[in-house]
Design a protein around this ligand. Structure first.
Ligand SMILES: Nc1ncnc2c1ncn2[C@@H]1O[C@H](COP(=O)(O)OP(=O)(O)OP(=O)(O)O)[C@@H](O)[C@H]1O
Length: 276
């Protein structure tokens, strides 16, 4: 029998939350209330997706977790492990666009965060080689971004985030512009990296299918202002693949999450209509 995703309780993880948002809101200077209030706990080592329609504030939430923007009210706490060495950063960020420097080779693009942190050149070379191997780009280390496919550019962008050895990896719709086959492959590779490196991952997407395939937990958001409409624990093994993607369990969980997303959107629509 196909299983349903379970509505999830607060997720503190094995050793307390890696990320905690308490009554967080964000109003931009333009007066746009983009987000909240939101309460969210993400346990250490978890893979959580934020799923919502375009403009619901997913990127805003991610940027605030990364410390790239401040909340207008509320509190965000990000707990990371251990003191860091030079060129190491607790949070890695992968943007929607690969944002590579077109004039620099892939090796130099990936090395950038280490160069900015004045890491010794021998260590830079070692760490860049290591991370390029992880994302299967060793052969293209000396290529320029224009010589790479969209998927490969995204791998390079992922490598640039991983080279700082983050505990927490934040990804903002990284695969949205890729064809389906490339996206599936990158989904699997991202899951393998997550398992191997034991990071906490927060993944922003507007794809129900992608969120259910990847995550241990899917947080469904309402349209702007983004609030949490529902949260589901995904019932699946941590190691996923074609078998899971084609399973009745996967289809059933996608249906349920999809329904929650539709009803969150309809709820917001009828509230707006009632106000008009
Ligand atoms: N710097 C800004 N100044 C003013 N308004 C902003 C700013 N950044 C985002 N917004 C607005 O805040 C709302 C949420 O934007 P955000 O980019 O966080 O949504 P999103 O869910 O990530 O959207 P998408 O899926 O399209 O990337 C939108 O209405 C957007 O126009």
């Amino acid at each position: 029998m196909a299983s349903s995703p379970r509505p999830s309780a607060a997720d503190a993880g094995a050793t307390g939350p890696a990320i905690e948002l308490r009554s967080v809101t964000k109003t931009y200077r333009t007066g746009t209330l983009a987000l909240g209030p939101i309460d969210l706990n993400i346990g250490r080592g978890k893979f959580v997706s934020l799923l919502g329609p375009s403009g619901c504030g997913k990127s805003t939430a991610l940027r605030m977790i990364a410390g790239l923007a401040a909340p207008s009210s509320g509190r965000i706490e990000v707990g990371t492990a251990s003191p860091r060495g030079r060129g190491e950063h607790p949070i890695g960020f992968v943007f929607q666009e690969p944002t590579l420097m077109p004039w620099a080779s892939i090796r130099h693009n990936v090395a950038l965060p280490l160069k900015l942190a004045h890491v010794a050149s021998t260590e830079i070379a070692r760490r860049v080689d290591e991370v390029l191997a992880r994302v299967e780009l060793s052969e293209f280390a000396d290529a320029f971004p224009r010589e790479l496919s969209g998927g490969m550019k995204m791998r390079a962008s992922l490598a640039r985030a991983l080279v700082t050895r983050p505990d927490i990896l934040l990804l903002d719709e990284p695969f949205a512009a890729l064809d389906e086959i490339t996206r599936f492959r990158l989904n699997d590779d991202l899951l393998a990296l997550w398992r191997e490196l034991q990071m906490t991952v927060v993944f922003v997407t507007h794809s129900v299918f992608e969120s259910v395939y990847l995550s241990q937990r899917v947080v469904v958001m309402t349209p702007r202002p983004g609030r949490i409409a529902a949260s589901f624990d995904i019932d699946a093994p941590t190691s996923r693949g074609e078998e899971f993607r084609l399973s009745a369990d996967y289809a059933a969980q996608c249906r349920e999450v999809s329904r929650a997303l539709a009803s969150a959107s309809e709820g917001a629509l009828s509230t707006r209509e009632a106000r008009a």
